[in-house]
Design a binder for this molecule. Structure first.
Ligand code: BTN
Length: 265
């Protein structure tokens, strides 16, 4: 793996990335973060970055692959204080929005008005022109009705060019046509995460609505799968528990969790 010539640094944040653990290789940064949490050896805001993941975890028990030294794979440890277990989907929203902002800024900067092709695919994938560029995997620890800690694991395809076409994946390099700087992208991601965390904790109104506005296929007929069966419906919004509200062909609006509902590519 090509080694970075100098350590990564995160600047301009108060909490997110105040401590940065930079690893050449690890199985999974989420697993590493969980291990540190179980040993009480990690503070709120710590970022664990790996230049190579050998056993990256994805959603629904899948694996997450990334190119060593080319992409970004990292986890952020949060000890959110006052977060009710019932409201934990807020973490998914803020992580998706932070990734969205960074991806949209690059895509827009490079190719003019293409930022509107950047979408959040429920629950928290980020797509460019229907191809997946980033994924988020969140693990929370809950005691009683409170979230005591959370690990936000983010995988962003940055400079990969050899992506498996059948997975419908893309990278910033492919979308913008130029090599991207992983250091500044990580810094931007931490800044945006901190921005949304602060908006969330200060009860700022409106920030979470951006998630709904940016939802992939919102208001359009989409091919989904409900309990394993094909299901055509129009995504409308997401409820507080993170269930997708969809309108079916009979005009009924119902909410489903991702244990039952998924998009078919
Ligand atoms: C998905 O399947 O879309 C979620 C992918 C999440 C991948 C990231 S990479 C950093 C962190 N560590 C992991 O093992 N997974 C997450």
């Amino acid at each position: 793996m090509p080694k970075p010539d100098a350590p990564f640094l995160i600047s301009g944040t108060r909490e997110v990335g105040r401590e940065l653990v930079e690893l050449d290789t690890v199985g999974s940064t989420n697993k590493h973060a969980a291990d540190l949490l179980s040993l009480s050896k990690v503070q709120h805001g710590t970022v664990i970055l790996a230049h190579e993941q050998t056993e990256g975890h994805g959603q629904r028990g899948r694996t997450w692959s990334s190119a060593a030294g080319k992409d970004l794979t990292f986890s952020v440890v949060l000890k959110p204080g006052e977060l009710k277990a019932s409201g934990q989907f807020m973490l998914a929203k803020l992580a998706a929005l932070a990734v969205y902002d960074v991806v949209a800024a690059q895509v827009k900067w490079s190719v003019g008005d293409r930022a509107d092709e950047v979408r959040i695919k429920w629950p928290n994938d980020v797509l460019v022109a229907r191809r997946k560029i980033a994924g988020v995997l969140i693990r929370t620890e809950v005691q009683g009705d409170r979230v005591t800690s959370a690990v936000l694991g983010i995988g962003l395809n940055v400079n990969s060019t050899e992506l498996e076409a059948e997975l419908g994946a893309t990278s910033l390099r492919l979308e913008t046509g130029r090599e991207q700087d992983r250091r500044s992208l990580l810094n931007e991601l931490c800044l945006r995460l901190e921005h949304y965390l602060e908006a969330f904790h200060s009860d700022e109104q409106g920030w979470a609505e951006a998630y709904t506005d940016r939802l992939f296929a919102r208001g359009r007929w989409a091919d989904l799968e409900l309990d394993g069966e094909p299901f055509r419906a129009r995504p409308v919004d997401v409820d507080e528990q993170g269930r997708l509200l969809v309108e079916d062909e009979a005009g009924e609006v119902r909410a489903y969790g991702h244990d039952r509902l998924r998009f078919i590519r």
